[in-house]
Design a protein around this ligand. Structure first.
Ligand SMILES: *[C@@H]1O[C@H](CO)[C@@H](O)[C@H](O)[C@H]1NC(C)=O
Ligand SMILES: *[C@@H]1O[C@H](CO)[C@@H](O)[C@H](O)[C@H]1NC(C)=O
Ligand SMILES: *[C@@H]1O[C@H](CO)[C@@H](O)[C@H](O)[C@H]1NC(C)=O
Ligand SMILES: *[C@@H]1O[C@H](CO)[C@@H](O)[C@H](O)[C@H]1NC(C)=O
Length: 382
């Protein structure tokens, strides 16, 4: 009996102490998370963008821009811009947009020329509302990824921006988890990932990671779907696809199409032969001419020889397509420097070298197109 009594009392102590511990750690944890919540709340207010230079007065949506650190003390800071839908934003999904490259800012083509809330005026002096912006249907989150791209940067001077696709996905995942602490109302919102070009690699890899992490994570990202536009997937199929698309849109002749198929061996990692390059050049310069292959229905551009960055998909340096819209990227580039002051892009280390919107080539992994790793931005995929 006595023995049982002793055992009983030590057990009581045990539970008492355990309870105290649990309570203490709970308190510490909740203080910590309360502080973190407060920080995020303050940061969110600081991220609010009230005005952009040249912005039309008639806008009715909220926009935010800022950084999320995806590392520890020596941080990697990913830049984001959020535009909320003007009407009933709480009833609309959250859509993450990623530009490609690798190495292109989502604030370049995506934000400024395609789906963003504004377009830049032709002379580069201001902004106009983009009546076709996707903010009509969704809350748009633009992310400059990975670090080194656009406004995103690293504190580590050794950072070589060649972490590869796996780290890009990891960082983007961490970004999302931490960003959702700043914007908790989006935690349960339907979430989609979309983007273009090299994001054909980023997007499925990020989606796969989210799917995997959701199994154990406390915060499950409510991923509903992904969408890739003009994606880079596989060198062979992408190249064949481009050529077939040109033919099906009467941009090249059947003969040139056949010539390309004959002369180019796209399964060859060292593609392409001189003959293939010549045919490709001919197709682009002579037959496709001024048609913008990124937007074949748009009016053609007179010339790309205006100091604008060359855009091309692959193959030879000589093939180049024209600017997709009537915005001179060089103006855009100057404009973006002005934006720095307004959108909270505090990092002056961001380097729009040579006026390119695609900054710092970032190496993809070997399996994602090793043949195009060692190239500058004039070879950029968007
Ligand atoms: C807002 O969106 C939700 C979800 O789509 C919808 O159910 C609701 O009717 C919308 N409210 C208004 C006022 O449009
Ligand atoms: C730029 O274009 C806008 C119209 O798009 C015009 O109102 C403005 O005066 C122009 N500015 C300059 C400096 O040409
Ligand atoms: C760049 O970073 C990658 C990935 O962290 C690393 O494997 C590589 O050695 C680094 N290269 C240089 C030159 O530091
Ligand atoms: C194309 O390149 C691949 C890889 O180098 C090679 O195996 C194949 O034989 C080539 N095909 C032709 C038709 O030359």
């Amino acid at each position: 009996m006595e023995l049982r009594g002793e055992l009983g009392s030590s057990r009581t102590w045990f539970w008492l102490v355990a309870l105290l511990f649990a309570y203490a750690s709970f308190t510490v944890k909740s203080v910590e998370s309360t502080n973190q919540l407060k920080d995020e709340f303050v940061q969110r207010a600081a991220d609010r963008v009230k005005w952009l230079p040249g912005q039309p007065a008639s806008f009715t949506f909220r926009q935010y821009a800022g950084y999320v650190n995806v590392e520890g003390d020596i941080g990697r800071h990913l830049f984001y811009y959020l535009a909320e839908s003007p009407k009933n934003c709480s009833g609309k999904p959250l859509v993450l947009w990623l530009n490609g490259g690798p190495g292109c800012s989502s604030m370049g083509n995506g934000w400024a020329e395609e789906l963003g809330p504004f377009h830049i005026t032709e002379n580069g002096t201001g902004l106009v509302l983009n009546t076709k912006s996707w903010i009509r249907y969704a809350n748009l989150l633009f992310l400059d990824s990975p670090t080194g791209v656009g406004y995103s940067y690293s504190d580590n001077p050794e950072e070589n921006h060649s972490g590869g696709d796996a780290r890009t996905a990891e960082d983007s995942y961490t970004f999302l988890i931490r960003w959702l602490e700043r914007f908790p109302e989006y935690k349960t919102r339907d979430f989609y990932i979309t983007g273009e070009s090299y994001a054909g690699h980023y997007i499925p890899q990020l989606a796969a990671l989210i799917h995997e992490r959701n199994k154990d994570a406390e915060l499950k990202i409510n991923l509903k779907g992904i969408m890739v536009g003009n994606p880079s997937t596989d060198n062979y199929y992408d190249s064949i696809g481009a050529i077939d698309y040109w033919l099906s849109h009467a941009m090249i002749s059947p003969k040139t199409h056949d010539d390309l198929h004959r002369a180019c061996n796209f399964t060859d990692p060292n593609c392409c032969s001189q003959e293939c390059n010549d045919k490709y050049y001919y197709a682009n310069q002579v037959e496709i001419g001024g048609i913008d292959s990124y937007n074949v229905n748009s009016p053609s551009c007179p010339s790309a020889d205006d100091g604008a960055p060359q855009k091309r998909r692959r193959l030879t340096q000589s093939s180049r397509s024209k600017n997709p819209v009537h915005v001179k990227p060089c103006f855009l580039f100057q404009f973006q420097f002005d934006l720095l002051a307004y959108i909270g892009a505090r990092n002056q280390r961001t380097n729009y070298e040579g006026g390119y919107l695609c900054v710092y080539q970032t190496l993809g992994e070997k399996r994602s197109l090793s043949d195009r790793l060692n190239v500058g931005c004039s070879f950029c995929e968007w």
